[in-house]
Structures are given as structure tokens and as C-alpha cells.
Design a protein around this ligand. Structure first.
Ligand code: PEP
Ligand code: MG
Length: 567
């Protein structure tokens, strides 16, 4: 059986099935005011217990990332949401529904609203609503998430889908992996599994229901394969594969302090993509030398209003301080597309990825932009922060953004607030028009960072979220490679730094090719750094150049990939 491996690794263990929650209403009606009063009290008590549980996960779970923390905060907010309570009380008082039925109907209604939203981020919030509903239900005495104490060592969780809070609370001393029927690369369970290094496969489909408790399971979260009660031959094969993988992981981690230099002296900088200061420990643990991309969207998500200048200042200052003098590229807000803010009512668009997003919003809403820029500037005195503008499609946008940056500096000067006036300014190269005019744009900025995730979708006209056409989403297409190479070449000609922060930077198949093009900085999720470093230190610049020369002569990504797999 095959799904999508979202957090690599190999796990061999026994299945623990997390059953689907009780979702069927009983239809039992309440009888008289006394029962209604008791039902309301029951509901409030169950909500209080649920809040306490989530608070306790927040306090007692080791090493929560900023993202985990934000999810739990959202759930506490949802648990106290007056609209949810009003709806439940209304059903109890006016329709005489019992507490569980009133709750089930309310949650189903809210989940439906979220699930029908166009925006992927808002759709994903349905999981949080379902999660808090299940938690209240459990506190009413009607089933609920599995008791962690029941897990034996080497448990592999099998579930229809996993809720964000259950994934965060997972005791990773016992749970060694999970597989779910539903889910995608961007689902919460996937993001959390990756951050914690738990092998995970999502989107396995309905076949997963054939698995019974205590079945022997092999999760190959590298290929996405799930084996149920495998025969001895497969088991033996995987025991060896797992050992090799684990030994390799230990060896790679040991490269922590080894500089990323090729055998003939080409120096590469390996940095990380992060969402907040909480991710930095993992970056340094894996030998990262700074931050090539701080996605600031998280700071704006999971809340009801835009963060104030002071709130943002604290966030950037904390990141700068915890980066201990290492460079941090702060990307200004990249909302729109698939990233939506509930309190910023952007109208639905037919083509949101081609629409009102990122720098386009910032240049239109100068008030929001200047607030963020002032906060970053103020934090710049606490470390080595740089500013990067996303989704640049022409030179005028850079000039306008820089002019607003100057205004922000002027306002701070007037208020007597300190900042680094010479802060470096760069842009993402993620739109073909920017790549094609890299020679012109290079004159305006201190650095480029190539965003292959978007560059690939725009160059090939392939929606990066649409799994029906994912086979066409191909960074090794010669068109994409030519653009990347041109950007690197122009950066070198004009003496500006060029890095890459798209997912391609973390693809071991692309490392030599990109080095051969002259790429000097690779930014990726922290866990990917050791494997990329290992390729760099075991190869030469000469070989990398030869690889690119050879690839340049090929006309299809099939040919290119076959060649790269063979080197
Ligand atoms: C990119 O487009 O490659 C990128 C790094 O930005 P994001 O994935 O946040 O769009
Ligand atoms: Mg992008």
C-alpha cells in the first residue's frame, strides 16, 4: 500500500488503531428545565476540562515548536469561542437536544463551514474545530483520543486522520511512526511529524482500515510504502534498511561541525528555512549556519488581528538574539495565494496564486508594510538581520518597496529609535519575469534568493497545490534549470550574493547540479542539512561543473534525472 511519505525514515513496529470518534447523534431529548440546566452545566464543565487538558499539553510536552504552540493556542481560543457555546446552548434550550447531540451538530456545522472555504489554510482549520469537539465529547464521557498510556514501545499509529493536538502530545518514546488514510504534505500532522523527526505517511486511502491492532507494520516513509504483516523476507530486508538508515543518520549528524567545503575548496553556506526562533535549536543541532528564509507568516496566523509593531519587534528581536550573530533573512509577509489571514478579508479570487498576494498587498497596504519594516529595522540592532521581498515581478516593485523602507527608517529616526541603516536588502526570485531580468534587478539589491517552489509553478504553469498535475511539477525541466542558471550567473557578474530557499535546495539529486551552476548558499528545513553537506564534502567543484555541463546538453528531465541518479 502506498501513501505520501511526509517525514522520512523507516519504522518497524506494531499497529495501534485510533478509532474514528463517536459521531452519531442519539436523538434523546431532554425533559424539562432541570435537565436543561444540568446539560448546560455538563457542557461548561467538559469545556473547562478540555481547556485544562490542552493547557497541560502546552506545559508538559517537551520541545514544542512555535508552530505546535500556536496550534494549541488556537485550540484554546476555539474552546472558548462564544459562537460555538451559543450554538450548543441554543440547541439544548430551544430544541431540547442532549449535550452530546447539541455538540456534535454544532461541531459538524462549523467543520462544514471551514471545509467549504476556498483557502487551503482556512480549510485546514476544520481539523482544529473537529479536534476540540472530540476533546469536549471525550470529557462528556463519549469516547475520544487514545490514551497515551496504552501505547506500548514501538507503536505505529494507524488512523483515519490525526488531529493537531494529538500529534503534538504524541509520546515519541513509544510512538515510532504513523500512517493516516487522509492528509497531504501541508496537513498539520505532516508538519509536526517532520519537525519531530517521526517517520510518517499520509494519504494512504481506505485500504488502511484492513489493519488490526498489533499487526506488524513496516513504514517506509522514504518511498511512502506501508507493509502489513510482511513475510520474513521483507521483514529481514527492512531490518537491514532501517539499520543502514539509522546509522547513516548518526553519521550525518556527526558532520555537525565539519565545514561545507568540497574536496577542491569550494565553500558552500548551508542555512535553514524557519518560521520562528523556536526552530533555531534544531538548525544549529544540524549544523546550519544561519537562516536563509524566515517565513514571517506564522506571526500573522492563528490570531484575530494584525500583530502590532511592538509584538512584531519582540518576535524579530528574539529570533535575532537566538541566532547568536548568524545571519537571518527576514522575508516580509507573503500572504495571499494559499496563505490566508482570517481577519484580513481578502475577496475570493479565481487565480489566487496569480492575484493579490505578497509584495502586491504590501505596496497597496503601506500601513501594514511600514509597520513590519519598522519592527524588523528596530530588531536589526540585536543581530544580523536582512530584509527580503517576496513575489517581485518587476523593477518598479523593488524601487517602491525600498522607498517605503526609507520612509520607515525616517520615521524611526524621528522617534529616536536605533536601527541598522545599512541593513541588507534582497528579493526572492520566484517569478519567471524576475529571473529573466535578473541582470537588471541585481543592480537594485544586495542579494537574491531563488524560490523554486513558486518559480517552478509559474514557469511550467502548474499549480503547486494540485495533486492531479503534480507529475508536471518538475524542477528538473530544462526551462526551470535555464532560469536558475541565468539568475546565478547574473548575480555573480554583478557581484551580489545568490542563495536558494525553495525545496530544490534540499533535494540531494540537485546538489551537484546547482553547485555546478555556481550556487553558493542552500537554505532548507534543518533536518535536510546533514545529507546535503555530506554530498558537498565528498565531491569537487570540478565534478559539479562537469555535471552541469553534461545536463545542459540534455533535452528532457527524464534524461537529466536518470543521469543525476547515476552519478
Ligand atoms: C518558494 O516559492 O520557493 C519559497 C521558498 O516560498 P514559499 O514556499 O513560502 O512560497
Ligand atoms: Mg514562494
Amino acid at each position: 500500500m502506498k501513501g505520501i511519505g511526509v517525514s522520512p525514515g523507516i519504522a518497524i513496529g506494531r499497529a495501534f488503531i485510533i478509532q474514528k470518534k463517536a459521531t452519531v447523534a442519539t436523538g434523546i431529548l431532554l425533559n424539562g428545565p432541570a435537565e436543561i440546566e444540568v446539560a448546560i452545566a455538563q457542557f461548561d464543565k467538559a469545556v473547562t476540562s478540555a481547556v485544562n487538558e490542552v493547557e497541560s499539553i502546552k506545559i508538559n510536552s517537551p520541545a514544542l515548536s512555535d508552530n505546535d504552540f500556536a496550534i494549541l493556542e488556537t485550540q484554546i481560543e476555539l474552546l472558548s469561542d462564544p459562537e460555538i457555546r451559543e450554538s450548543v446552548i441554543e440547541k439544548i434550550e430551544s430544541e431540547h437536544k442532549n449535550t452530546s447531540d447539541a455538540l456534535l451538530e454544532t461541531i459538524a456545522g462549523f467543520v462544514q463551514v471551514f471545509e467549504s472555504m476556498e483557502d487551503a489554510y482556512m480549510r485546514a482549520r476544520a481539523a482544529d474545530v473537529q479536534d476540540i469537539g472530540d476533546r469536549i465529547l471525550k470529557n462528556l464521557g463519549n469516547s475520544g483520543p487514545a490514551n497515551q498510556l496504552a501505547f506500548k514501545p514501538d507503536t505505529i499509529i494507524i488512523a483515519e486522520d490525526l488531529s493537531p493536538s494529538d500529534t503534538i502530545a504524541m509520546d515519541i518514546t513509544k510512538v515510532i511512526g504513523f500512517a493516516t488514510q487522509a492528509g497531504s504534505q501541508t496537513s498539520h500532522a505532516a508538519i509536526i511529524a517532520k519537525a519531530r523527526g517521526i517517520p510518517a505517511i499520509v494519504g494512504c486511502g481506505a485500504d488502511l482500515i484492513d489493519i488490526k491492532n498489533d499487526d506488524v507494520i513496516i513504514l517506509d516513509a522514504i518511498s511512502g510504502e506501508v507493509f502489513i504483516n510482511p513475510n520474513q523476507q521483507i521483514l529481514d530486508e527492512y531490518l537491514i534498511k532501517r539499520n543502514v538508515y539509522q546509522r547513516r543518520a548518526v553519521e550525518l549528524k556527526a558532520l555537525h561541525d565539519v565545514p561545507a567545503i568540497t574536496t577542491d575548496g569550494m565553500q558552500i553556506t548551508l542555512t535553514a528555512n524557519i518560521s520562528g526562533a523556536g526552530d533555531l535549536v534544531n538548525v544549529f543541532d544540524n549544523g546550519g549556519e544561519g537562516v536563509g528564509l524566515l517565513r514571517t507568516e506564522l506571526l500573522y496566523m492563528n490570531r484575530d488581528t494584525f500583530p502590532t509593531e511592538d509584538e512584531q519587534f519582540e518576535f524579530y528581536k528574539n529570533t535575532a538574539l537566538q541566532a547568536k550573530g548568524k545571519p537571518v533573512i527576514v522575508r516580509t509577509i507573503d500572504i495571499g495565494g494559499d496563505k490566508h489571514l482570517p481577519y484580513f478579508n481578502l475577496p475570493a479570487e479565481l487565480n489566487p496564486f496569480l492575484g493579490y498576494r505578497a509584495i502586491r498587498v504590501c505596496l497597496d497596504r503601506k500601513d501594514l508594510f511600514i509597520t513590519q519594516l519598522k519592527a524588523i529595522l528596530r530588531a536589526s540592532v540585536f543581530g544580523d538581520l536582512k530584509i527580503m521581498f517576496p513575489m517581485i515581478s518587476n523593477i518598479q516593485e523593488i524601487r517602491s518597496a525600498k522607498s517605503i523602507l526609507e520612509e520607515a527608517k525616517e520615521e524611526l529616526r524621528k522617534d529616536g529609535l536605533p536601527f541598522k541603516s545599512g541593513i541588507k536588502v534582497g528579493i526572492m526570485i520566484e517569478i519567471p519575469s524576475a529571473a529573466i531580468t535578473a541582470d537588471l534587478l541585481a543592480k537594485e539589491v544586495d542579494f537574491f534568493s531563488i524560490g523554486t517552489n513558486d518559480l517552478c509553478q509559474y514557469t511550467l504553469a502548474v499549480d503547486r497545490m494540485n495533486d492531479k498535475i503534480s507529475h508536471l511539477y518538475d524542477p528538473f525541466n530544462p526551462a526551470v534549470l535555464r532560469l536558475i542558471s541565468f539568475v546565478i550567473e547574473q548575480g555573480a557578474k554583478q557581484n551580489i550574493h545568490v542563495g536558494m530557499c525553495g525545496e530544490m535546495a534540499a533535494d540531494p539529486l540537485a546538489t551537484l547540479l546547482l553547485m555546478g551552476m555556481g550556487l553558493k548558499e542552500f537554505s532548507m528545513s534543518a533536518a535536510s542539512i546533514p545529507a546535503i553537506k555530506s554530498i558537498i564534502i565528498n565531491n569537487s567543484e570540478l565534478k559539479a561543473k562537469q555535471v552541469w555541463e553534461n545536463v545542459k546538453a540534455m533535452d528532457s528531465s527524464e534524461e537529466i534525472l536518470e543521469y543525476l541518479k547515476g552519478i
